[in-house]
Design a protein around this ligand. Structure first.
Ligand SMILES: [Zn+2]
Length: 71
């Protein structure tokens, strides 16, 4: 289960987006509706935005999946 509390402003219930890549790592982006702080996770590990973007760089086989809250 992902912690959806924003570490930046403490607001709960960040929007969770999952990036699905064929034969790639599981990626998640948490976006805060309060301060727009974004957290990137690769295989459950928090990484920098630059690192996360490097994972998807040059790939056209990924899809964004919006995960409804509470799932
Ligand atoms: Zn925030």
């Amino acid at each position: 289960m992902t912690d959806t509390t924003c570490r930046h402003c403490g607001r709960p219930g960040q929007i969770e987006l999952q990036l699905t890549i064929k034969e790639g790592p599981a990626m998640t982006m948490l976006s805060c509706g309060g301060c727009e702080h974004r957290t990137w996770l690769v295989d459950g590990e928090e990484v920098s935005k630059a690192r996360a973007l490097a994972v998807v760089a040059g790939r056209d086989d990924f899809a964004l999946v919006h995960k409804p809250r509470g799932s």
